[in-house]
Structure formats: structure tokens, C-alpha cells
Design a protein around this ligand. Structure first.
Ligand code: NDP
Length: 453
């Protein structure tokens, strides 16, 4: 673990003390603090105004009961969260996660990351995150609808197009956003399109939003490869997960000439030497709402399905050039990183939020692997959400080509901002440092301008 600068250590200690047991939040905060010592000593005005202390304390945290009735008529109770972290740059913006592992610490880590990520996009959006410990898996559409309606019956009073704009994340896709928007519209009697993003194309959604996070992470990896005169052409790639981000990362890798030889879900791994059959995978995951084991079943002998397997161990027996972790936090540890390095990995771009443990990041950095942290590499999703808000505000809808071009420009801009900031601090190629500092200074400067609020 890198030693923290003496200027920031006491502030970090206070974060630990104020937020006991929230280990993911501690991990996310520590990673940012490791980059900020030099910024604080170079710009004493940030310390004088206690910017770092303030940035670690969410502006508002909402926790609420979500009662609903299942298909058997039984009352179920879940817990809902919305953490409105920082609105220095615009309305709070960030997704909702529905997963049984969700607790306040998950939402705070995601909200904290979101503040810096959103700043990095250069767009006028603050940072927030929300969700519930509700598990949509195995629930009927009617149950998901009743849950979403109950969740929104509380959430609606806290959100709005100028206040807080939620979107999807793990467990929240187009179906859930539809039910949530419907209930918001009904309660408020307003067609306030820009109150949620990730909407259906026919009712205010943006083309490319579904693809944006996976496409963006792949474009970021491509930009990193270009700095070494390389590209995706002919590359062997592992993409963890098989949800929204993973599916479109696979698609973009294939468009750029790479071959995805493995993907996963929480119960297994597929090793597909001839390349993942994306059409089949999308049919199974997006249309049938099936499991990766179903994909393997239809694919037959062409794929090797490993129940309970670890996707990164594929690199122990075959060459892997690029890794795109697109499932969940802390899914890639130090040993996995060592396996990838031994397998020849050149670049890693995080489609998920904080998928690599601090040990893994150290292994990649020491081995000279190009490493794009989530808050830079997966910012394409939220950036396209901001484009969706722009379209809603002007009651317009843009073509796929135009929106994709905007996404590409934004991802290239984020890459450039990270690289230039890393150069400025004499650490060329350190995208972690570049992302943290570039994101922090944009938010910090706005906070300074507003005074102590
Ligand atoms: P989805 O719910 O669509 O897919 C998540 C995928 O990750 C599934 O394959 C799921 O497997 C797997 N997964 C989830 N939890 C675990 C776990 N505990 N262990 C192993 N595998 C797991 O979510 P998204 O694709 O939207 O999100 C993936 C990641 O990307 C998250 O970290 C999210 O925060 C991040 N992200 C998403 C954005 C977006 O626009 N959607 C934007 C920016 C970041 P299974 O189905 O078996 O649970």
C-alpha cells in the first residue's frame, strides 16, 4: 500500500472514523487520497478551505423503507438508498444498483467515484448514486414493477431534472427504468423526461446510451494502446461479466478487430477459443434473461464452460493481450493480475467500478501494463446520459452516428485530460493519478468559488 502524504493522512483517518465498516468507501477514498498529497501541497487554497474534508462528506444521504407485495401475496421489505454526494458541477448524477449485496458503504463508494468521473467528462453534472438490496433475479416482471413503483414512491420527492438524475447500474436496465419513470410521471403529473436517463428510445431515451459504457471503455483502451503505436487489431481479449457493460465492450472489441476469448457471470466462465458468439450471447442475456450456462449449452462444443470458474485464470494457459473487467468491484485481485501479466497482458481498462483491488493495480503498474481506472475508462455511460439530458432539454433526438461520434470525442478527451495531468505531475502514463487529479481539481475549483456551503 502506498504511504499517504502527511497532509492528507489525518483527513483520511477522520474518514475512516466517521464511516465505520464501509470498507469499499474506505478503499475508494484511499485510492484518491494517494494521488492528492502533491496537489494539496502545490495548491494550499484547497487545504485552507477544507475541500478534501468536504468532498468526502456527502451533501445528503437518504435511506428508506421499500415495502412491496410478491406474487404469493406476501409483504416484502427492502432498503432503498440515494446518496447525493456533490452538486458543485451540476445536478447529482449516477445510477441505481439493485443487488442483494447493496448497503450504504456500496452506495457511498460508488457515489464518491462518480463525483470525480463526472467531473472528468467535462460535462455539467454532479455526483450521486443509489439503489437497494432488492434482487431482481428470479422475480417476475410484475414483482419487479411493484418493487420499482414502491421505490419511486419515496424517491420521487428527492429527484428532479435540476436536482438529481438517476440512471441504471447492476440490476437496473431498461425494464426497471421504464417502471421507475412511469411511477414518477404518475405521482408528479409531469412529463419530466430528464429526471432519469437510460430511458427507452421511443420515450425520451438516447441512442447509444445502452452501448455507451462498454463502447467507451473499449475506446479508452484503444487510446491507451495507441500511445504505444498499437491497436486492437488481432488482440486476444478477456471481458468479465455478461451484463450491459460487458456485452457492448465485446461488440466494440470485435468492431475494432479484436477477439474476445472469454466472458463470465457470477456463477461461471466461458472460454471460447474461436471467439464469443455475440449474437447468441445477446439473445440469451438480453432477450431470454438467461444465464451464461444457457449460452454454453447452445454453443455446444465450441465453448468450454467452467462453473464457478475465475475468468482471469484463463491467462494461465493462453495469451491474453487486453483485459476488460466489466462485472463488479474487487473481482480482480493481485493473483489474478499476476496471471494476466504472465499471460502477456498489455492493457487493462475498467468497465466496472473499482473491479481491481489495490494489490492488482500495483501489480499492473509495476509491470508497466497500461491501466485505465474505472472513473476514466467507464465514464462513457454517464457522459452519454448527459447527452440524453441535452436531447431531452431541447426536445430533440440525435442519430446513432452523431451520438456515437460525440461519445468517441468525449472518451478521447478524457484520455487526453488524464494523460496530460499525469505528465504535469511527472508520472507519464499514470492514468490513476491523472484521473484523480483532473477530476478533483475541477470539482474543488467550483467548491472554492461557492464559499463554505
Ligand atoms: P449488469 O447487471 O447488466 O451486469 C452485471 C454483470 O456482472 C453480470 O454478468 C453479473 O453476473 C456480473 N456480476 C454482478 N455482481 C457480481 C458478483 N458479485 N460477482 C461476479 N459477477 C457479478 O450491470 P452493468 O453491466 O450495468 O454493470 C457492470 C459494472 O459496470 C458495475 O460495476 C457498474 O457499476 C459499472 N458501470 C455501469 C454503467 C452502466 O452504464 N451500466 C456505467 C458505469 C459503470 P450475474 O448476472 O450472474 O449476477
Amino acid at each position: 500500500m502506498t504511504q499517504l502524504d502527511a497532509l492528507v493522512q489525518p483527513i483520511f483517518d477522520a474518514v475512516l472514523q466517521r464511516n465505520p465498516g464501509e470498507v469499499e468507501f474506505h478503499q475508494a477514498a484511499r485510492e484518491v487520497f494517494e494521488s492528492l498529497g502533491r496537489v494539496i501541497s502545490k495548491h494550499p487554497q484547497y487545504a485552507e478551505a477544507s475541500i478534501l474534508e468536504r468532498i468526502c462528506e456527502p451533501e445528503r444521504q437518504i435511506i428508506f423503507r421499500v415495502p412491496w407485495v410478491d406474487d404469493d401475496g406476501r409483504v416484502q421489505i427492502n432498503r432503498g438508498f440515494r446518496v447525493e454526494f456533490n452538486s458543485a458541477l451540476g445536478p447529482y448524477k449516477g445510477g441505481l444498483r439493485f443487488h442483494p449485496s447493496v448497503y450504504l458503504g456500496t452506495i457511498k463508494f460508488l457515489g464518491f467515484e462518480q463525483v470525480f468521473k463526472n467531473a472528468l467528462t467535462g460535462m455539467p453534472i454532479g455526483g450521486g448514486k443509489g439503489g437497494s438490496d432488492f434482487d431482481p433475479k428470479g422475480r417476475s416482471d410484475a414483482e419487479v414493477m411493484r418493487f420499482c413503483q414502491s421505490f419511486m414512491t419515496e424517491l420521487y420527492r428527492h429527484i428532479g431534472e435540476y436536482t438529481d438524475v438517476p440512471a441504471g447500474d447492476i440490476g437496473v436496465g431498461g425494464r426497471e427504468i421504464g417502471y421507475l419513470f412511469g411511477q414518477y410521471k404518475r405521482i408528479t403529473n409531469r412529463y419530466e423526461s430528464a429526471v432519469l436517463t437510460g430511458k427507452g428510445i421511443g420515450w425520451g431515451g438516447s441512442l447509444v446510451r445502452t452501448e455507451a459504457t462498454g463502447y467507451g471503455a473499449t475506446i479508452f483502451a484503444d487510446e491507451m494502446l495507441k500511445t504505444r503505436g498499437d491497436s486492437f487489431d488481432g488482440k486476444r481479449v478477456l471481458v468479465s461479466g455478461s451484463g450491459n457493460v460487458a456485452l457492448y465492450a465485446i461488440q466494440k472489441v470485435q468492431q475494432l478487430g479484436g477477439k474476445v476469448v472469454g466472458c463470465s457471470d457470477s456463477t461461471g466462465v466461458v472460454y471460447d477459443e474461436t471467439g464469443v458468439d455475440l449474437e447468441l450471447l445477446r439473445q440469451v442475456k438480453e432477450i431470454d434473461r438467461g444465464r451464461l450456462s444457457d449460452y454454453a449449452h447452445y454453443r455446444g462444443a465450441a465453448s468450454d464452460y467452467r462453473p464457478g470458474g475465475n475468468i482471469w485464470s484463463i491467462a494461465e494457459s493462453t495469451r491474453v493481450d487486453v483485459a476488460l473487467p466489466c462485472a463488479t468491484q474487487n473481482e480482480l485481485d493481485g493473483a489474478d493480475a499476476a496471471a494476466l501479466v504472465a499471460g502477456g497482458v498489455l492493457a487493462v481498462a475498467e468497465g466496472a467500478n473499482m473491479p481491481s483491488t489495490p494489490d492488482a493495480v500495483r501489480v499492473f503498474t509495476e509491470a508497466g501494463v497500461l491501466f485505465g481506472p474505472g472513473k476514466a475508462a467507464n465514464a462513457g455511460g454517464v457522459a452519454t446520459s448527459a447527452l440524453e439530458m441535452q436531447q431531452n432539454a431541447s426536445r430533440d433526438s440525435w442519430s446513432f452516428e452523431h451520438t456515437e461520434q460525440r461519445l468517441e470525442e468525449i472518451m478521447r478527451g478524457i484520455h487526453e485530460r488524464c494523460a496530460e495531468t499525469a505528465d504535469e505531475y511527472d508520472e507519464p502514463g499514470n492514468y490513476v493519478l491523472g484521473a484523480n487529479i483532473a477530476g478533483f481539481t475541477r470539482v474543488a475549483d467550483a467548491m472554492l468559488a461557492f464559499g463554505v456551503i
